[in-house]
Design a binder for this molecule. Sequence first.
Ligand SMILES: Cc1cc2nc3c(=O)[nH]c(=O)nc-3n(C[C@H](O)[C@H](O)[C@H](O)COP(=O)(O)O)c2cc1C
Length: 164
Amino acid sequence: MVLTGIQRKKLDDALRSGGIFVTCGKKNPNLMSTHWGALGSFWNRQIFVLPVRKGKRSHEILEEYKSFAVSVPTTDMRHELMLCDSMSGYTVNKFEALHLHPKRARKIPAYVLGDCGLILECKVIYTALPTDGFIEDALRADMYDGKEPHVMYFGEVVECYENK
Ligand SMILES: Cc1cc2nc3c(=O)[nH]c(=O)nc-3n(C[C@H](O)[C@H](O)[C@H](O)COP(=O)(O)O)c2cc1C
């Protein structure tokens, strides 16, 4: 599944401004916000690379379901994105707390946000830990000394569509 130029631009614009939502899980689904992540080509497939720190509820669910959805806001959702960051799925149902509307995903065991205009459904095909390989000293000190590492989830885009 390959995004159109217009869909790519919507994703880039969101990543550069307020951010995006990432949902995962089917039984007890969760939601997180981020402005880190990248769409690109690897292994002749279109992949979204998503960093998630170990210790987050989203990490735990991603390890179980090996899939996630990116919900791209196409209206101003900066308030919800900011609030989402301050909540943990271990203690709060963020969909309810933020008055958001989960909808079943089409191709992965997850929910997507009906509130967002563009959806990418991704199946994880590879994971990597930055702290396993070479890492610049300054980057390690800045990001990982005394902190959990990010797991880099390489999610193949298996479905992409506009939400009506
Ligand atoms: C702008 C922004 C970017 C973020 N990017 C990430 C990220 O790339 N990876 C990550 O694990 N958390 C990131 N966070 C933090 C998560 O959104 C936040 O900790 C979230 O509540 C995690 O929830 P969970 O424990 O329910 O998974 C970011 C937060 C903000 C505000």
